[in-house]
Design a protein around this ligand. Structure first.
Ligand SMILES: Nc1ncnc2c1ncn2[C@@H]1O[C@H](COP(=O)(O)OP(=O)(O)OP(=O)(O)O)[C@@H](O)[C@H]1O
Ligand SMILES: [Mg+2]
Length: 153
C-alpha cells in the first residue's frame, strides 16, 4: 500500500459553535491530507473551503451559540476527499443566496463563502438535515491530478 492510498476512514468531530474551532477543523484536515498524500497547494484551497463551511455553520446556522454543535466529518474513498459539515440551525434556501459576481454585489466584503466552496471543490451539496439544520457535503476528486494541485477554474 502506498502512502497516498492510506485513508483513515471517516473522522467525525462534534464542535462547539465557537470560531476558535475553525483551527481545530483545519488541523484535522492537515492531518488527513498528509496521511493521504494530498499536496500542499490542494490542501490550501480545500482548507479555505472548509473554513468557510465551518464559519457559516457556526455563524448563520448555530448563531454562535456554544451549546449548539457543528458536526464535521472527513472521509471519502481513495479517489476523493469528502467533507460533511452539519449544523443545528434553521436551514436556508440556497437559491436565495446572492451572486457575489453580480455588479451590485462586487463591492461587498461578505457573501463569498459559498462561491469559494464551489470554486475550490468539485461537488458542493446543501441539504436539510433530518432534525432541521443544514448538511453540507463537499467533495474533491483526487484521482490522477492529485499531485497537480487544485484547478481554480
Ligand atoms: N449553515 C447555514 N445556515 C443558515 N444560513 C446559511 C448557512 N450557510 C450560509 N447561509 C446563508 O447563505 C448566505 C451566503 O453565505 P456565504 O458564506 O456565501 O456568505 P456570508 O457568510 O454572508 O459572507 P462571507 O462568507 O463572505 O463572510 C449567508 O449570508 C447566509 O444567509
Ligand atoms: Mg460565509
Amino acid at each position: 500500500m502506498t502512502e497516498s492510498s492510506v485513508s483513515p476512514g471517516p473522522i467525525v468531530l462534534w464542535l462547539s459553535s465557537r470560531f476558535e474551532n475553525l483551527e481545530l477543523g483545519q488541523a484535522v484536515l492537515e492531518y488527513v491530507c498528509r496521511l493521504r498524500g494530498i499536496e500542499n497547494d490542494a490542501e490550501h484551497w480545500i482548507g479555505v473551503a472548509l473554513r468557510e463551511a465551518l464559519a457559516n455553520a457556526i455563524k448563520h446556522g448555530n448563531h454562535q451559540d456554544p451549546a449548539r454543535r457543528v458536526m464535521l466529518s472527513l472521509g471519502g474513498s481513495a479517489d476523493d476527499l469528502e467533507i460533511v459539515v452539519g449544523d443545528e440551525g434553521e436551514g436556508f434556501e440556497t437559491s436565495a443566496v446572492a451572486d457575489p459576481l453580480a455588479p451590485e454585489n462586487q463591492m461587498k466584503t461578505s457573501g463569498r463563502g459559498i462561491f469559494y466552496m464551489k470554486t475550490f471543490m468539485d461537488d458542493v451539496i446543501f441539504e436539510r438535515g433530518a432534525r432541521g439544520g443544514t448538511v453540507l457535503t463537499m467533495r474533491k476528486h483526487l484521482g490522477g491530478d492529485r499531485k497537480k494541485g487544485v484547478q481554480t477554474r
